[in-house]
Every structure is written in structure tokens, then in C-alpha cells.
Write a protein that binds this ligand. Sequence first.
Ligand code: ZN
Ligand code: ZN
Length: 329
Amino acid sequence: MKQGMAIHYDPRLVEEAVFHVQRDSFVRQELDEQRKRIYEVPDPDQRERQFLDLNRTWFNRLGLGNGVEAALREQPLITAQVGNCFILCAIAVKEESAELFVAQDTRLENPPERTLRILLRPESLLNAVSLKTFLRHELFHIADMLDPAFGYEPTLPKAEGGPTYDTLITNRYRVLWDVTINGRMARRGWCDTSVREQQLGDFRRAFPMLQEGAEELFAKFFDLDQPQHSDLARFAFDPRQASGSLQRHAAPGTHCPLCKFPTHAFEPSPNNLGTDILAVINEDFPNWAPSFGLCTQCADLYRARQMSMAALRLLPGWTPSAARARAGT
Ligand SMILES: [Zn+2]
Ligand SMILES: [Zn+2]
């Protein structure tokens, strides 16, 4: 590893990863004998220390950290700028992630202290192929955040329609960023080429207002080698304006009064959304009435607000305090 970044493994992750491998007979026999000897050590602190050392020795001998370390080495921006990297033990698949923490010293002349936290399940360390793809994707997010050319900002500007629209825009931003990451990964041969189709599907679902123009705009992001946060944010906010190509696709008078996007798919009976949903819409848009109509994407957004909140939390480094307060979590 390049000098500068220290990697720290969670002892529990080390112990459980070694435990998962010991099904292998040669490992189990040797490990059992070494464990038995440690059990005979009378001093509990010394015994504990020896168990930690034993697990660590086997972890190294079995090369269980190799995948993580190789993935980190592929991103020189990370190894050069991050001081400490903690590899911690995750319980559930959905907890697996990489997060960057930045602490700025009060004296601005000191460089900020950057810490990377990677959460993995012990069994994930044993599956080299899927671990590699997963880490490459996650570490691309982190490398972008550290890249001055990407110009990352931890918060997006507030949406006009309040927290519900903040969620919508955050989800769109997340899809766009993933499209640019998976495009770059595909060109490096880091993932299957089928990723393009799958990403186009995600893009269409996130930007249904683009209709027939979607594929061309998708390609601009997927084929981009140097994406910029500000471009992704601008497109997430107003794909119509940012693409400059939509007006000619939209029929006049077919804009949704809530999201202001051109639409051919209006919610058939807004009155049937139910009083709870209508009340929430009116909180965000006090002058709106069901007779004004809304597009199906907006209707779905309000119907699935809880789900959107869950998706929002998946964005690395995103702390939606306002949205969280409203969701009551
Ligand atoms: Zn991602
Ligand atoms: Zn709408």
C-alpha cells in the first residue's frame, strides 16, 4: 500500500472471516491445535491478545484482505488523500458500503483529515469476484468525491417543492452518478458489458419525462470520462433545461403543475389518491388542487414516499436532515 494511508481491520471481521474459511480441513486442524494451546494460557488478557494475533496471522496467511487492498490500490486519489481506512464488520448485505469522512482542522492551513470507512460482511471477503466489482463501484464514488475535477458538493440545492422533491432529485442524482461510474467501469473492463442495458433501464425509470430522447442523453453520461458534480446536479434538477432537447418532444400544455416537467402520463384520478397523500401534496404545494392534475411520476413519488426515503439513505455522504425529520425517523 502507498505510504500515507493506514488500513485497520475490525478484529471481529478478521475473526469471523477466518472462521468462515476453516471448513477447509488443513486450516481447521492447524487452527484447532493453536487455539487449544491458547486456551491453556492462564491470564485472560494475555489469552485474548494471543487469540487476536492468531486470527490476524491466519487472516494474512489466507490473503483475506487482498481483495480490499487491491481495490484500494486501483484508486491513487484515495491512497494519496485518505489518512486512515477502517474495514469494519457489516451484519446485513444492505449495510455494505464505503463512506468518506472529512474533518477540517479549525486552522485552515492544515489539510483536512480524511477517513474512509468500508463495511463488509465476513463472508464477502471470501467471494473474490463479487467483492471486486462491489468495491470498485463504491471506491469510484469515493475517488470522485476526492477528485477536484469532479467538484463534489455534499449537499444539493433545495428543491422548490420541499423535502419530497429533494428526495426525487437526490434519487435522480444518484442514478446519474451510478451511470457515469458504471460506464467508466465498463470501459476499463471492470464489469460485464450487460451493465449498459441495465443502467439505461435505471435511467429511463429515473427520467420518464425524457421519453424517446432518453437513450441519446443516457449515452452522454454513460460515455463520459470526466463527469462533474455540477452537471449531474443540474440535470437531476431540470433535465428539460439541461438537455435543451426536450421542448421539441413535449406537446404544449402538457406540463405537470407540480414537477413542471412535460408529461403525457397524467394520474387518471387525483381525487382517489386518498386524504393522507393529498394533505402531504398540499403541504408542499398549498395552492394545488386535485382538479389541476399531476403526472403519474409525482403521484408515485407521493405514494412511495417512505420507499424514497429509504433510497435516499443509500447515497454516500448524504445526510437529509430535513427529509429525515419529516419522515419521522
Ligand atoms: Zn453507486
Ligand atoms: Zn409531476
